[in-house]
Design a protein around this ligand. Structure first.
Ligand code: SAM
Length: 269
C-alpha cells in the first residue's frame, strides 16, 4: 500500500502552522490555551470514530472558505480564523488533516475544470488524492457523469462528503489505494498536488503512463514542486493552464507563485 510520505507534505503542513504562530506571538499563549482545551475536549469524540462525530469535529475545526482560486466552491478549511491554524500540527484532533487545506496544485486544477467544462462534461472522472474534494466537486458542477473522489484518508472522505453537500453535488467516495489499478469506465484521472515526494512521483509516473496506454486522459495540477519539475515525465507533459496563486496561498506556500495544469500527452506507439 502506498501511503503519503511525511517528509515534505507533513512538514510543510506543520511549518505553515508554526510560521503563523511565531508571527503572531502576542496571541500565541491565548491561542495555545484555547487550542489545548479544544483538543482535550475533542480528542475523545474522535476516538469514538462515528461518522457523525467526525463530521461534527470537521465543522468545528474549520470554517467555510471561498478565499481561493475557485470561489464558486465553498469548502470546510482550516484558515487563519480557526483556532487550529494557530496551534501546533501535532495538536490536531484528527490525524494529518491534508483535506483541511486547499493545495495550490488542486486550486489550479479546479479552476481549469470550471473554465473548461466541455472537457469534463459527460465524462467519468477519478480524482486521486482529492483532499478536500474541490476538483471532484468542480467536475460534477460542469456536468461530469460520474465522479470518484478518492483519498486513502478516511477522515478526508468525511470532509469530502460535507463539502459535496455544501455545494449540492453527489460524489462517490473511495478510500482504497487506486494507484496502479485501472478501470475501463474511467475517462479522466486527476492528480492535484500529488508530486510532493520523489519516490512517490516514480510510482505515480508509472501509473500515469499505463493509464494513458489504456486511453485514460490524465490532468495534473502542480505549483512547480521539484519531484515533478525534475522528473523525466515532465518532457511528456503539455501545459494547458497557468494561474497566479492568490495572496493567502502565496503566504502559505513560500517560494511558489503559480499553479500549473499539465496534461500527459506522450504519443502511444
Ligand atoms: C497534498 S494533498 C492534495 C489534496 C488535493 N488534491 C488538493 O490539491 O488540494 C495530497 C492528498 O493525497 C492523499 N493521498 C496520499 N497518498 C494517496 C494514495 N495512494 N491514494 C489516494 N490518496 C492519497 C492524502 O491523503 C492527501 O489528501
Amino acid at each position: 500500500m502506498i501511503t503519503m510520505k511525511p517528509s515534505s507534505c507533513i512538514l510543510s503542513l506543520c511549518s505553515r502552522l508554526v510560521r503563523t504562530k511565531t508571527r503572531k506571538s502576542d496571541h500565541f499563549k491565548m491561542q495555545m490555551t484555547f487550542s489545548c482545551l479544544y483538543m482535550e475536549k475533542h480528542h475523545f469524540s474522535y476516538s469514538m470514530k462515528s461518522p457523525k462525530s467526525t463530521h461534527h469535529l470537521i465543522r468545528e475545526m474549520t470554517e467555510v472558505s471561498r478565499d481561493h482560486l475557485s470561489p464558486e466552491i465553498g469548502l470546510h478549511l482550516v484558515t487563519p480564523n480557526c483556532p487550529l491554524w494557530h496551534s501546533r500540527g501535532d495538536q490536531c484532533p484528527l490525524p494529518d488533516p491534508f483535506w483541511a487545506f486547499y493545495w495550490p496544485g488542486g486550486q489550479a486544477l479546479t479552476r481549469f475544470i470550471l473554465d473548461n467544462a466541455d472537457l469534463f462534461c459527460g465524462r467519468t472522472v477519478v480524482d486521486v488524492g482529492c483532499g478536500c474534494g474541490a476538483s471532484s466537486i468542480a467536475c460534477r458542477m460542469v456536468g461530469a457523469s460520474h465522479v470518484i473522489a478518492n483519498d486513502i484518508d478516511t477522515v478526508a472522505a468525511d470532509a469530502i462528503s460535507l463539502n459535496a453537500d455544501l455545494n449540492r453535488v453527489s460524489l462517490t467516495t473511495v478510500t482504497t489505494n487506486l494507484i496502479g489499478s485501472h478501470n475501463n469506465r474511467w475517462d479522466i484521472v486527476l492528480l492535484g498536488d500529488m508530486f510532493y515526494d520523489m519516490e512517490f512521483a516514480e510510482t505515480i509516473t508509472k501509473w500515469v503512463i499505463s493509464l494513458h496506454s489504456h486511453g485514460v486522459s490524465v490532468f495534473i495540477g502542480d505549483p512547480g514542486r521539484l519531484p515533478l519539475v525534475q522528473h523525466p515525465l515532465k518532457a511528456d507533459l503539455k501545459m494547458v493552464a497557468e494561474y497566479p496563486l492568490p495572496e493567502n496561498c502565496l503566504k502559505e506556500n513560500n517560494g511558489l507563485s503559480s499553479g500549473f495544469v499539465w496534461k500527459y500527452e506522450q504519443e502511444v506507439i
